[in-house]
Design a protein around this ligand. Structure first.
Ligand code: PLP
Length: 341
């Protein structure tokens, strides 16, 4: 339907950074050349920003591709990988493709159940994926609990902390990347996944990155195709990274949007769940699939959580002010229809 609004994929609704657009425009006349395979400028800028070495940075065609690299590099048939349910579904998909075995730990009260994840570890476990903030709940793990958990995981297992939404989270929710990458004597190595698809507004360019110890990075470099990051993505991401004003504005607007949306949905008799990301869960206290379909007829696309086993939940991404208002108006109408009023 033309004129639809999409609040389903946790994208940045305010368009890309103008600096990224300018950088891409001025690169267009170089399209006849292959991209820089080493991604020199972007890798160095990311390393500087994170306070790590360039050899500790790996780029992917979206952070999605780095999940694939990790599984390709470290998971053989019958090896075990631990994930949570619900969480980002691609972890399990890539493991299945490689013939690995997924152990899926149900979340407890919308949070990763770190105690049970620890208990699931066996001598066949290779990777543990933890999205923090979690998609779809938007919850984070308290840093003190995360440090404790990591110190309990054996050195032979890599813990992947997927921080696709960390740029939206409160500062006190963030963990110290440098010390977790460098000081891993006696405990598991940690890989951080990040993306330009969310707060940095470049989902269409497909660019993500990961930070990790250089020994792990060199394993991933072996499975990384040489030109996986196109030239537009390299220059666009570099410019977006330097656009603090865009990032700060995105953050402020997202927080304002979350506040507005959660207040309004509560006013409509739904329950909203607090989130550290740019989306949140709503218990609509009715059939989520029916509500999803009803919203769809009004040109409003959200995500029904029924496929995750949450029959009465939808996940909604913060949109522009106008989109948020339209969502609330449509939600009120759809709820009235479904409640038979
Ligand atoms: C938790 C999480 N990780 C990773 C990704 C992949 O992001 P991308 O491949 O766009 O970098 C997403 C996308 O929605 C996500 O929600």
């Amino acid at each position: 339907m033309s004129g639809s609004i999409k609040l389903a994929s946790n994208e940045n609704p305010w368009g890309p950074s103008p600096k990224a657009v300018r950088a891409i425009r001025s690169e267009l006349l170089n399209l006849h050349r292959y991209p820089d395979a080493s991604c020199f400028y972007l890798v160095n800028a990311l390393a500087r920003k994170a306070g790590v070495d360039p050899a500790e940075v790996v780029l992917g065609n979206g952070s999605n591709e780095i999940i694939d690299f990790l599984v390709k590099a470290f998971v053989r048939e019958k090896d075990e990988v631990i994930t949570s349910h619900p969480s980002f579904l691609m972890y399990q998909k890539f493991v299945q493709i490689r013939g690995g075995i997924n152990y899926v730990v149900p979340m407890r009260d919308m949070h990763h159940d770190l105690g049970v994840i620890r208990e699931m570890v066996s001598d066949r476990t290779r990777l543990i994926f933890i999205d923090n903030p979690n998609n779809p709940t938007g919850t984070t793990i308290q840093p003190v609990d995360l440090y404790q958990f990591l110190s309990d995981i054996p050195e032979t297992i890599i813990v992947v902390l997927d921080e696709a939404y960390i740029d939206f989270a409160e500062k006190q929710q963030r963990v110290d990347v440098f010390s977790l990458i460098r000081n891993n004597a006696g405990r598991c190595p940690v890989v951080f996944l990040r993306t330009f698809s969310k707060a940095y507004g470049l989902a269409g360019l497909r660019i993500g990155y990961a930070l990790m110890a250089r020994e792990i990075a060199s394993c991933l470099q072996k499975v990384r195709p040489p030109f996986n990051i196109n030239q537009m993505a390299q220059v666009g991401a570099l410019a977006a990274l330097g656009d603090e004003e865009y990032y700060e504005r995105t953050l402020a607007r997202t927080q304002a949007g979350l506040l507005y949306l959660s207040r309004e949905v509560e006013g409509l008799g739904c329950k909203s769940y607090p989130s550290q990301a740019n989306f949140f869960l709503i218990d609509v206290r009715g059939n989520a699939d029916k509500l999803y379909n009803s919203l769809l007829t009004k040109g409003v696309i959200v995500r029904s959580m029924s496929a995750y086993g949450f029959e009465t939940f939808i996940r909604v991404t913060v949109g522009t002010e106008e989109e948020n208002k339209r969502f609330i108006k449509s939600l009120a109408e759809s709820l009235a229809e479904l409640r038979g009023r």
